[in-house]
Design a binder for this molecule. Structure first.
Ligand code: GAR
Length: 217
């Protein structure tokens, strides 16, 4: 019997992070198996890609449900039907109720395109440029009831260049997202971390201590 953690990916749109997780999970030694891709938006382009890969997909259109609770009950039914043990949010743009979040405590992860706790919410890259930060990046974290909040599992940093627009910065951060998310899910699925209160401890740490300076010095 497979010991891989049965994982669902939840998307709302393009699904490029979903693709990076699906591709990583094809490796024989990857500790998570993608058993479901679900979208709350029927028109999400990522769902088409997932179908083409032969993955099990579900569309649970939140507009068809009278409340968040009703939407989440349907989502929970789909998760149960596929024996899901871990949830990875990948551009899933819908807040979950505290009850759902609590039910999946330390079993639901999210990626956000900033170095949290800076720049929660939307327009992250525009706001980073407005603030004049010299390093940007992305964060994988356990989900808590507050938006873009929760114990940080992994982060990746990229330089902000003087010529950057929100789009060029977003593209550089997205490339980092595609590397860090599969690595972080690997850690979570393999049980290589501990979470206590607001802090995650990495047990299986490679020991590498690469630094990023921006501007380069
Ligand atoms: C990604 O940049 C992800 O970090 C962000 O949405 C984008 C989805 O792209 N998520 C959030 O802002 C969550 N607060 P994708 O659909 O191509 O993965």
């Amino acid at each position: 019997m497979s010991t891989k953690k049965r994982t669902a990916i939840l998307i709302s749109g393009r699904g490029s992070n979903m693709q990076s997780l699906v591709e990583a999970a094809r490796a024989a030694d990857y500790p998570a198996e993608i058993v479901l891709v679900a979208s709350n938006r029927p028109e999400a382009p990522g769902i088409g890609w997932a179908e083409k890969q032969g993955l099990v997909t579900a569309i649970i259109d939140h507009k068809q449900y009278p409340s968040r609770e009703a939407f989440e009950a349907q989502l929970q039914t789909a998760l149960d039907a596929h024996g899901v043990e871990l949830i990875a949010l990948a551009g899933f743009m819908r807040l979950m109720t505290p009850a759902f979040v609590e039910r999946w405590r330390d079993r639901m992860v999210n990626i956000h395109p900033s170095l949290l706790p800076s720049f929660k919410g939307l327009r992250t890259h525009e706001r980073a440029l407005e603030a004049g930060v010299k390093i940007a990046g992305c964060t994988v974290h356990f989900v808590r009831a507050e938006m873009d909040d929760g114990p940080i599992i992994a982060q990746a940093a990229v330089p902000v260049l003087p010529s950057d627009s929100p789009d060029t910065l977003a593209a550089r951060v997205l490339a980092a997202e595609h590397r860090v998310y599969p690595a972080a899910l690997r850690l979570v699925a393999a049980g290589g971390i501990r979470s206590a209160d607001q802090k995650v401890t990495i047990i299986q740490h490679s020991g590498e201590t690469d630094s990023l300076f921006s501007p380069a010095i």
